[in-house]
Ligand binder design. Structure first.
Ligand SMILES: [Zn+2]
Ligand SMILES: [Zn+2]
Length: 141
């Protein structure tokens, strides 16, 4: 079943791109899980599924989805951006294993509150924040 067709259509229209079954397949694949995957992983998963979608289309479509706020891009400093859909994922931060690449999500009220207090102190209105912790997971430690 196609996920959120209209969201994709709107994003593509804004970018002056056509809605195609290939682009829907890419969007579906990203919506299928809450995983944090890079573009290659997403591309191979689609290929594994027996779909004929070019790598260039996957990369380009992901860019459009990020630009239109449907997909979150995570920059972890290792040169491989990870992507996750933003459909029903409320705000969360990430803790990353530098050994195996495992990524967990967390959300801590205290950290959120603290950030607000810091912003207030500096008379900033927070638009977004990126908070990432890096370390070794239980398996790798
Ligand atoms: Zn690990
Ligand atoms: Zn996440």
């Amino acid at each position: 079943m196609a996920t959120n067709v209209q969201l994709l259509k709107d994003a593509l229209r804004k970018e002056g791109l056509l809605y195609t079954p290939q682009r829907q397949i890419i969007w579906d694949e990203i919506c299928k899980t809450d995983d944090h995957r890079d573009a290659e992983e997403i591309y191979f998963k689609i290929k594994q599924g027996g779909h004929k979608v070019s790598r260039a289309t996957v990369y380009r479509t992901i860019d459009v989805l990020v630009k239109n706020n449907l997909v979150r891009k995570l920059e972890l400093g290792d040169g491989r951006n990870r992507y996750e859909n933003k459909l029903d994922s409320s705000h969360h931060d990430h803790i990353v294993c530098i050994q195996c690449g495992r990524i967990d999500e967390f959300m801590d009220e205290n950290i959120e509150k603290l950030q607000d207090e810091i912003a207030k102190k500096y008379q900033f209105k927070i638009v977004r924040h990126i908070h990432q912790l890096f370390g070794l997971c239980r398996d790798c430690n």
